[in-house]
Design a protein around this ligand. Structure first.
Ligand code: ASP
Length: 439
């Protein structure tokens, strides 16, 4: 049995927490490979090391010196080393790191140093070899993650090592420069290591005991999800359930490796299992979880006989491509189509310019824009098997007195996406939760 364990920022936040990490690893022989994040927040209002490093990079590019932010980074790492009582020359390592940051002048390199330093310390604490992600996690010339090369290099690096610590979040591009994944990307690194190690389980240790069926900041005491499928996870995490990076499933999916979310501060809790379809049973429930996000804009286009006009969609999509805009959903009718777009992308005059070009490209009868839309995703494999799911969903929303602005149901029937005005977001989430979970 081989387990790969990834520990998140809170688990690495100070010496006491890192000791917990060491105990967790030591308590199970099969916990062989460890991937770590940079130290996160110790308390509300504290700074994450990664955020301080992004600030360091800004200082370096504006003033040529690492500034106060890097001073705080040094203080944190010195503090952790002291707390752990490690015989480790942290001062020299920090001095070298600062020199490299000044010489490299790269945002990704600077940001990656949190994981680098925390992995070096963890390896020293556990007394096992350190593997620098730079040597084994590779991106191609286009900046895309190179899974095949990475897998081969990592397999080679892990060979003959009973245990090891690998730094999360970053790798190296085709030009020999450090490149990071997007924020929270150590989850992806953990999945990559799990795959290369041929792990039986990828344990992702964090500060909550798994996924909840809904956002607890909005719905009081939501149920815990004991198990969900890769696909359900992807839908829920993409839509805002942010326990795990939504791209973490890709490396483990091909190898059918289950992911288990565990709580470093309550290791006795069962956690949530994320399973491949072959190992997953939806257990008769209709809905697995509900997630949502605010701040979308819907661009609605109407034109009579749109369906008969060959190339209509192509022309609209070409305009989106020209502006580099990605859309989340595209609900359509015979004479209508809508694009649901994250409002962030439409700032600074982009929306107006985009609409003008769409008008020019396809001469619609009407083009309307609705902003301040929130999307709510109701997710579950069980929905396709239970008659009347959408009736229940829309009745619940109607009872809450909320007007539905948009509906999109994926053809897999894995999810139903409902668009409502942002101001009705909380109310809708509670109504839908009550309907499916407080039966
Ligand atoms: N430290 C990085 C971040 O804060 C990556 C990670 O923790 O997964 O985004």
């Amino acid at each position: 049995m081989i387990k790969v364990c990834k520990f998140g920022g809170t688990s690495m936040a100070d010496g006491t927490n890192m000791r917990r990490v060491a105990d967790i690893v030591a308590s199970d022989e099969s916990r062989r490979y460890v991937v770590v994040s940079a130290p996160g927040k110790r308390f509300g209002g504290d700074a994450k090391i990664t955020d301080l490093l992004y600030e360091t990079y800004r200082n370096v590019s504006e003033t040529g010196s690492a500034g106060e932010a890097f001073g705080k980074v040094k203080e944190r790492f010195r503090g952790i080393t002291g707390e752990l009582g490690l015989d480790f020359d942290i001062d020299s390592l920090l001095a070298d790191t600062e020199k490299e940051i000044l010489a490299e002048r790269s945002e990704d390199f600077t940001a990656s140093r949190g994981e680098y330093l925390s992995a070096r310390l963890t390896a020293a604490l556990l007394g096992v070899p350190f593997i620098d992600a730079r040597e084994v996690v590779k991106f191609d010339a286009e900046g895309r993650f190179d899974g095949t090369r990475t897998d081969a290099l990592l397999k080679e690096a892990l060979k003959g090592k009973r245990r090891a610590v690998v730094s999360g979040f970053y790798g190296e591009d085709a030009f020999g420069k450090v490149k990071t994944f997007s924020r929270g990307g150590s989850d992806i690194s953990g999945a990559i290591v799990a795959r290369a190690a041929g792990a039986d389980l990828y344990e992702n240790w964090t500060d909550v005991s798994g996924f909840l069926a809904c956002d607890p900041r909005i719905v009081p005491n939501p149920q815990q999800i004991r198990a969900l499928s890769y696909k359900e996870l992807r839908e829920l995490s993409y839509m805002g359930a942010n326990v795990l990076h939504s791209e973490s499933i890709f490396p483990v999916r091909e190898a059918d490796i289950p992911i288990r979310i565990k709580n470093t501060f309550r290791p006795q809790d069962e956690g949530t299992d994320i399973l491949p379809a072959s190992k997953y049973s939806y257990g008769g429930r209709t809905v697995t979880g509900i997630a949502g996000k605010k701040n979308f804009t819907v661009i609605f286009i109407e034109k009579s006989l749109m369906n008969a006009e060959i190339g209509f969609t192509h022309r609209v999509l070409s305009v989106l491509l020209k502006y580099g805009i990605s859309f989340e959903h595209m609900p359509s009718g015979i004479d209508t189509m809508s694009f649901v777009i994250d409002s962030e992308q439409l700032k600074n005059g982009n929306l107006e310019a985009l609409c003008a070009e769409i008008r020019e490209a396809v001469s619609p009868d009407h083009l309307r824009v609705y902003d301040d839309i929130a999307l709510i995703a109701v997710v579950g494999h069980g929905m396709s098997r239970n008659i009347g799911t959408s009736a229940r969903l829309f009745q619940a929303i109607a009872r809450a007195g909320v007007n539905v602005r948009m509906i999109d149901q994926g053809s897999s029937e894995l999810n139903i996406i409902v668009g409502v005005d942002c101001e009705n977001y909380d109310r809708t989430l509670c109504a839908v939760y009550d309907e499916f979970f407080r039966e």
